[in-house]
Design a protein around this ligand. Structure first.
Ligand code: F6P
Length: 498
């Protein structure tokens, strides 16, 4: 089970509070002047990923105190409890084992057989051996799901579009009927395959959308055609059967996989169809490599732990309200949307693991978009606004199509933004106050060699583990989401009166 420690009662928290008063007037620019190897000292590498965390308002003392805080909050034991499959999601009596979905060396038999089923099925679509009811090959795949049953797969499918095959993959999530109609408008029922993805198979949006689509399909095809055009991913076999999908058309998932951590399971079937099973497996392998790093690396070089603890430092001591994430690649346009669910649905909690209301801030509000687009949109506020917004820059050393001119400009911009936030016009003479950039604005730089299925797996797992660490420090349950229930109930009663 997880430790249940109020972080504010620890010695380290109190020491960090004191330390914060010393740090308030300190400028990162000065820290760089004092130590010209700061950017190599405050950097950690894991395989083809590096995290440069030197541009933060931290010193060796800050890092030591944050590490002590992690120790005092029982982080090491918590990590083990999660990987061992203890029921750490206590409010739902569930283990949390998305890491078991990608532990390829040692797969649970049920995970191995579902992966095999995904392989066979995706191969048959890609190779054109799975035919529609009139004998035509499948050209389009539609994922019907919402939240974790949409955001993860949609983000990865787009993120890895360089590796995509000929299948066109579409995502329908919102209960907005216009969006359903817009998507169906260009689809041919004879050549389209629908994947209904819902862990519970009770989600209003997904069931409504799936029912509408089934009706649309049956206007053009006989009932017997359902089996070649509809499959489901769910834990709820009974509900899937009553929807009219046979057992052998169901890809199983398990209640020890949380919705927002499920892209590694059969929830990722649409991605697997889009990029092929071998690439999907590489995605899993990358995430698994990050799992091992997280479980084994000492906290002082542990990427997710460092990112999480530095973020706690800003949230709880500097009162930073939000964090920005800026990937410098158009492929990761959906990455922030995905992170918003993963981070905010997990750590947006105010009751601690002892059942008490917390007396400190939890959760981070995450936002952002791709660079360089963000530079021409909201980065003004980061540079000259009044708020402190710690930022993660993510960039790739190599472009996929090898256009050097574009790529040099893309990463030069990424590096320059971090430098400008850090240095500002500090030490320079500026001829008008509105031209002043104070600098001293913190950022991390995550640099990755190349966008591949494996490196994307690592990047996603990095953020997943950051979420977990923060939940442990904040003494909250990161893996439930009771906060979404009330609105669902109220929507149902509103609907009854309409
Ligand atoms: O809205 C909350 C939520 O339960 C998410 O956590 C989940 O990812 C989403 O709804 C979809 O749930 P399901 O896969 O059961 O349809």
């Amino acid at each position: 089970m997880l430790p249940k420690i109020n972080p504010t009662n620890t010695k380290s928290w109190k020491a960090l509070k004191l330390h914060y008063t010393e740090m308030q007037s300190l400028k990162i620019q000065e820290l760089f002047k004092e130590d010209n190897s700061r950017s190599t000292n405050l950097r950690t590498d894991f395989e083809d990923l590096s995290l440069d965390y030197s541009k933060n308002r931290i010193t060796k003392k800050t890092l030591d105190l944050l590490e002590s805080l992690a120790n005092e909050c029982g982080l090491k034991e918590a990590i083990e409890a999660q990987f061992e499959g203890q029921e750490i999601n206590e409010t739902e009596n569930r283990a949390v084992l998305h890491t078991a979905l990608r532990n390829l060396e040692n797969l649970k038999p049920e995970v191995a057989s579902t992966l095999e089923k995904m392989k066979v099925f995706s191969d048959s679509l890609i190779q054109g051996t799975h035919l529609g009811h009139t004998g035509k090959k499948i050209t389009d795949v539609v994922n019907i799901g919402i939240g974790g049953s949409d955001l993860g797969p949609a983000m990865v499918t787009e993120g890895l579009s360089y590796y995509k095959n000929h299948l066109q993959v579409h995502y329908i999530s919102n209960i907005d009927g216009d969006h359903v109609s817009e998507t169906l408008k260009f689809l041919d029922p004879e050549t389209t395959l629908f994947i209904i993805v819902s862990k519970t198979f009770t989600t209003q949006e997904t069931i409504t959308n799936a029912t509408t689509i089934r009706k649309w399909f049956l206007q053009k095809a006989p009932e017997s055609a359902i089996s070649s055009h509809f499959v489901a991913v769910s834990t709820n076999k009974e509900a899937v059967r009553s929807f009219g999908i046979d057992e052998d058309q169901v890809f199983t998932m398990w209640n020890w996989v949380g919705g927002r951590f499920s892209l590694w399971s059969a929830v990722g079937l649409s991605t697997c169809c889009a990029i092929g099973y071998d690439n999907f497996k590489e995605l899993l392998a990358g995430a698994s490599a990050m799992d091992t790093h997280f479980r084994e690396a000492p906290f002082s070089t542990n990427m997710p732990v460092l990112m999480a603890m530095i973020s706690v430092w800003y949230s709880n001591f500097y009162n930073a309200e939000t964090e920005a994430v800026l990937p410098y690649t158009q492929y990761l346009t959906k990455f922030v949307d995905y992170l918003q669910q993963a981070i905010m649905e997990s750590n947006g909690k105010s009751i601690d693991r002892n059942g008490n209301r917390v007396n400190y801030t939890t959760g981070t509000i995450v936002w952002g978009n791709t660079g360089t687009n963000s530079q021409h949109a909201f980065l003004q506020l980061l540079h000259q606004g009044t708020r402190l917004i710690p930022t993660d820059f993510i960039c790739y050393k190599e472009s996929l199509y090898g256009n050097k001119d574009h790529h040099n400009k893309l990463i030069a911009n990424c590096y320059a933004q971090g430098d400008a936030l850090l240095n500002g016009t500090y030490g320079e003479t500026v001829d008008a106050p509105y031209k002043i950039f104070e600098g001293n604005k913190p950022s991390n730089l995550i640099e990755i060699d190349k966008l591949t299925p494996r490196s994307l797996g690592k990047l996603i797992a990095l953020y997943e583990h950051k979420i977990f660490v923060q939940g442990i420090i904040w003494n909250i349950y990161s893996y439930d989401q009771w906060g979404v229930e009330l609105g669902k109930k109220m929507a149902n009663s509103r609907l009854e009166s309409m």
